[in-house]
Design a protein around this ligand. Structure first.
Ligand SMILES: Cc1cc2nc3c(=O)[nH]c(=O)nc-3n(C[C@H](O)[C@H](O)[C@H](O)COP(=O)(O)O)c2cc1C
Length: 170
């Protein structure tokens, strides 16, 4: 068994893609978050959590709270997958919103296609888009720009986003 487990929670598939790419590159085991059990955690010394970003919250981090005791002596890393452009400001925001003070946080851009979203998610994205379309380009926030860009379907998934975490782990 590999010493690193890549855990992921993926609503529409982008985090799964990154988990499988990372697994290949570092020779880890990739396990869907829901299938993780305390007995399994014991087998690994490094745990990488990969999850999509929804309203600045990284999906799947509840795992860290649920298994806090079992994870005490593990090295934890988080890889967030979102549509926002990678910037130090956005990473700082994710760190703050998700309470990741001491945990190494990495980021990769994901993908979005409004047609494949759940009804509730589509409603939200369409509402943001409609509001954004009423503004002039200079008034748009970064997240509004991203929603407009991604509305018709966009994928920024790229293995190069994994380079920093691969370097860190090797
Ligand atoms: C309702 C909704 C909210 C989102 N909020 C954010 C966000 O706050 N920041 C961001 O970077 N991306 C955001 N996204 C984009 C997702 O993070 C992106 O689609 C990602 O690829 C999802 O990964 P997953 O399919 O593995 O869950 C949002 C997408 C949806 C549908």
């Amino acid at each position: 068994m590999a010493e690193t487990a890549v855990l992921f929670r993926s609503k529409y598939g982008a985090s799964r893609k990154y988990a499988l790419m990372l697994k290949e590159r570092i020779g880890a085991d990739a396990i869907e978050n829901e299938n993780m059990k305390p007995e399994l955690i014991r087998e690994f010394s490094n745990i990488v959590m990969i999850g999509g970003v929804y309203r600045d919250r990284i999906n799947g981090l509840d795992f860290l709270r649920r298994f806090r005791r079992d994870l005490q002596d593990k090295n934890i890393f988080v890889f967030a997958v979102g549509c926002m452009e990678l910037s130090t400001e956005y990473i700082a925001r994710l760190r703050q919103v998700n309470g990741l003070d001491d945990i190494p946080l990495f980021y990769g851009r994901g993908e979005m296609d409004v047609k494949t979203l759940s009804f509730a998610d589509r409603l939200m994205i369409n509402a943001i888009r409609k509001m954004a379309e009423r503004r002039t380009p200079t008034e748009l926030t970064d997240s509004e720009k991203t929603v407009i860009e991604a509305a018709g379907g966009a994928s920024w998934v790229d293995g190069r986003y994994l380079d920093p975490i691969v370097d860190y782990l090797s």
